[in-house]
Design a protein around this ligand. Structure first.
Ligand SMILES: [Zn+2]
Length: 240
């Protein structure tokens, strides 16, 4: 087990708990150790009190290779991402309260409102509800993985991914921050969506941002905006 990565997983577990993005044993974190081995948090352990030796090593089929605990009940969700996205080195699943509330209220976070999100993630689609911890949830996220690094899981939570743990964690924090701003704007009278021209300018500027990695819908965002009557959602699946 990689000591440095194990320590990082433990620290992110604590950060998620302290920032209120998970409660108790909720959420799970994983990092790729090699092409086909993954280090993942154990099932049922408090994320604010994890120890490095609590973590579990599994292969891409979910077999336990090392560790004294059962792997996270959401291991299938993580493995679906690693199998489809060779560029992904780490996955974070949490229950960020404001962002999750958007899905409970039936509100989309795909429409362009905040430049930060447009540039870094493009948007955050909502994956239709599937029972947590099942293969159905792993199946449900697959259509989104080619275009997005952050997904909302309807009435459940969110999952973010990146080349490394820090990147996946930051995307989870950014998602919740964006949801909080949008929630506050709604309480103050409503949101102004960015115009097509503003989004186009942000996408053009994005070409000069070296830090962006992972997947991004790019100019597909503009196409969805043009189909505004469809409420700016991917044709195949995002629900309003
Ligand atoms: Zn969950």
């Amino acid at each position: 087990m990689d000591k440095h990565l194990a320590r990082q997983v433990v620290e992110i577990g604590r950060a998620l708990y302290e920032k209120g993005l998970v409660a108790g044993a909720e959420g799970n974190i994983s990092v790729r150790l090699s092409a086909d081995t993954i280090l993942i948090t154990p099932s049922g352990k408090h994320k604010g009190a994890l120890a490095e030796e609590d973590l579990v090593v599994i292969d891409l089929s979910g077999n336990v290779l090392a560790g004294r605990h059962r792997p996270s009940s959401e291991a299938q969700l993580h493995l679906a991402i690693y199998r489809q996205r060779e560029d992904v080195g780490a996955v974070v699943h949490a229950h960020p309260p404001t962002a999750t509330a958007f899905t409970v209220a039936g509100l989309s976070m795909l429409d362009p409102v905040l430049p930060e999100i447009v540039v870094t993630l493009g948007g955050v689609p909502t994956v239709p509800f599937a029972v947590p911890g099942t293969a159905a949830l792993a199946d449900a996220i697959r259509p989104y993985l080619d275009d997005f690094d952050a997904l909302l899981l309807e009435n459940h939570g969110a999952v973010t991914m990146g080349p490394d743990l820090e990147s996946a964690h930051q995307k989870m924090e950014s998602l919740e921050m964006a949801a909080r701003i949008r929630w506050m704007a709604r309480m103050l009278g409503g949101e102004r969506q960015l115009t097509r021209d503003e989004v186009a300018a942000l996408l053009a500027a994005r070409a000069y941002v070296p830090a962006t990695s992972g997947r991004h819908p790019g100019t597909k965002l503009l196409k969805w905006l043009e189909d505004q009557k469809e409420s700016c959602k991917p044709a195949h699946s995002d629900r309003k």
